[in-house]
Design a protein around this ligand. Sequence first.
Ligand code: LLP
Length: 419
Amino acid sequence: MGKHLMFGGVDVVELAERFGTPLYVTDEQRLRENFRRFKNAFSSVDSEIYYAVKANGNLAVLRILAQEGAGADVFSGGELYLARLAGIPASKILFNGNSKSDEELELAVLSGVCVSVDSFDELYALSEIAKRLGRDVEIAFRVNPDISPETHPKIATGLRESKFGIPYEEVLDAYKEAKQLEIEGGIRVCGIHCHIGSQILDVSVFKEATEKMMALVESLNEHGIELEFVDLGGGLGIPYKKDEPAPTPEDLAAQILPAFKGAKLKRRPKLILEPGRYIVGNTTILITRVNAVKRAAKHFVAVDAGFNLLIRPVLYDAYHEVAVANKIDEPPAGTYTIVGPICESGDILAKDRRLPKVERGDIIAIFDAGAYGFAMSSQYNGRPRCAEILVNNGEAEVIRRRETYDDLLKNQVVPPRLL
Ligand code: LLP
């Protein structure tokens, strides 16, 4: 019998037997280490780390990060709800988003979180809502800094043509307008925000982004507008492939901090960063069982997880390392393409991988699935979502129960006339 893959001190094959497959498994220690490392890298300035909840919104994950002192970047009312439930204080939450509904703006005002305003339309709506509710709301503007990081076009967000943020050259006007509204009460101008993109491995673009943002902060200062924080977003990439560069939080800090500290300001604002992927990406594997091996145009391995559970390979041509968890010490014996059970030919998780001889019943581990993995899952093809497990020094706990067929029915209504 082959040797087994261990993860967080736990035998992965035993986890598959005990909890069934497919299964997301998250290592608590690695999560805590990632957060601490990121936080420490910026500790030479007054700073906060606002974890990007969209990357992985599991409540246990959020709870652990809340214990570590994380704030949160939330992108919807639902993410705000989760972050608050996990115990992240409202004073450390930024409500982001380019299309917030009245209900979401109301929720933001009533929760007392800061709002990153994405358009003039939103500014006026928020100001009205805050006045109607008799509350003050702190705001930042999301700036489109017109920067092109080297990443997949679908996840570059700071490009000129991106849908996010106020165009760079209109930002000063936006602040002047907000300052006018401040006089009427409701709005309180607090910070400035950008996010240039995700999975960025060449961190030098962060220097350019910081310089552009600090130039704005300086020019706002000259117009008598002082800000309490500068939020430079997330985006630090992780090495999905073994030979890919692995920029560290210290490398990121080396790009950001000189420009941040060097700005000529009366008072230095707080620095906020919003990492998602770096914090959770490598904390989690997806384990999946082989249902069939078939020689056709390719040597296919059909497993029980597909793009219903991990959509990144299909959506972004993303690469995730894979291994046969029950044959971890066996040498490669073939080139396999791992496909899911979804009724679409694009349902491919990993192409042309050298692996030990794969057979029905084997357990495949898909690595670095903690960011935008479960978070982007669906019930497509009538497949209930899988369970999530937390491992910590050799112990395993369920942090999300496996869905059942009943969950497919949830909230569905058949009108009585059709019965
Ligand atoms: N802040 C804002 C405003 C964001 O939009 C994002 C990610 C982050 C922070 C966190 O970025 P990170 O540190 O994780 O790169 N689903 C895609 C990634 C989409 C990222 C969306 N925004 C993927 O699977 O690669």
